[in-house]
Design a protein around this ligand. Sequence first.
Ligand code: ZN
Length: 222
Amino acid sequence: MVNASLIFVVNHRLKNVVNEPLTRGNSALTPANQQLKSPAMAIREIIILPDKQLRLVSKPVEKVSKPVEKVTAEVRKLADDMFETMYDAPGIGLAAIQVAQPLRLITMDLAKKEEDGETKPRPRVFINPEILSSSEEMSVYEEGCLSIPEYYEEVERPARVRLRFTDLDGKVHEEDAEGLFATCIQHEIDHLNGVLFVDYLSKLKRDRVLKKFAKAAKRAAE
Ligand code: ZN
């Protein structure tokens, strides 16, 4: 017997595939973006499994927690560097902890190719992001993570979420996210809470990938 919610998930996935070609190439946190090069930006090192920092809960960016306060130059510089790092990787989302900064800050660019084949960058920053509510409806995407290179698995998450976040001008926004945006923001907010997408997999799969990265780190240290 096939369970009804499972059928829904499968259908939903098919729909996603039709609307936005969600193959590994352009959805699994690998963009088709052009790079935003600027001499002021610097590529930072992305930390990967099994680095324990990935399991830290990040601190709120205090300077921007109140709408009237300005984002510091340091926070802006970090966001700039994160974009540079993310485009270079390449990836579509990055949490500050992935460059070893335990702050609640996320960069993202979900720009798709235009009809003329060009991709205009659409960089977005989410400071102190919170999920206010989540849909009961779920959707499945194949996820990847710059901190778990070359590993992709399907993860089921709420299909839609309502978000609150602060932008680089210190303004607080509320916004609904769906599709790839909903998946990506949930994946990145998880990073701020020390959660990785492999935590949603079966224990067998998770243990296998954790072991693989632990071994690779050991080999690299030798
Ligand atoms: Zn990630």
